[in-house]
Design a protein around this ligand. Sequence first.
Ligand SMILES: Nc1ncnc2c1ncn2[C@@H]1O[C@H](COP(=O)(O)OP(=O)(O)OP(=O)(O)O)[C@@H](O)[C@H]1O
Ligand SMILES: [Mg+2]
Length: 152
Amino acid sequence: MLKYKLSQIDIISKKIIKKIQDNDCLFLTGEIGTGKTTFTRSLINQLQKKNKVKKTDVLSPTFNILYEYKIRKLKIMHYDLYRIKKSLEVKELGIFNDLEKSIKIIEWPKIISLNVRDRLEISFYYSGKKENERKIKVQGFGEWKGFKINDI
Ligand SMILES: Nc1ncnc2c1ncn2[C@@H]1O[C@H](COP(=O)(O)OP(=O)(O)OP(=O)(O)O)[C@@H](O)[C@H]1O
Ligand SMILES: [Mg+2]
């Protein structure tokens, strides 16, 4: 478990960016308000910075289900499946059927029944009584197996 303050989120997202590839998949789990969208915003903004593209707003896709970002050749699909209650609806979204490669960042992914081989799961937690702090746990599968964030 890694504790972090809001001011440290870019350090975390940069460590993930170092390893991320154009067809990667990140599953973000954790209770409402634990920081999944905040992390995604940091990751997308850092990718924009790295690619010398103007930073954009990154809003929560709770109502739209999906927001898409294009950063030069990279395509980023930011999903929030909180409102999706049936696995059939997930299928209809075609998250994993896209023809072009894309980085998929998925909040509330537990409705996904498909086994995604290469993925990084990041679990977000409140940090006890400390309002200004959160905790994360990372667990990698496939290409991400063994991925760790030790120091920030
Ligand atoms: N490390 C942190 N320390 C303190 N506050 C944080 C931290 N990370 C995020 N927050 C704050 O927590 C609030 C909720 O964050 P966010 O919207 O990212 O949560 P979420 O997990 O995406 O929630 P939801 O499940 O509703 O989509 C925001 O006000 C954000 O600034
Ligand atoms: Mg969110």
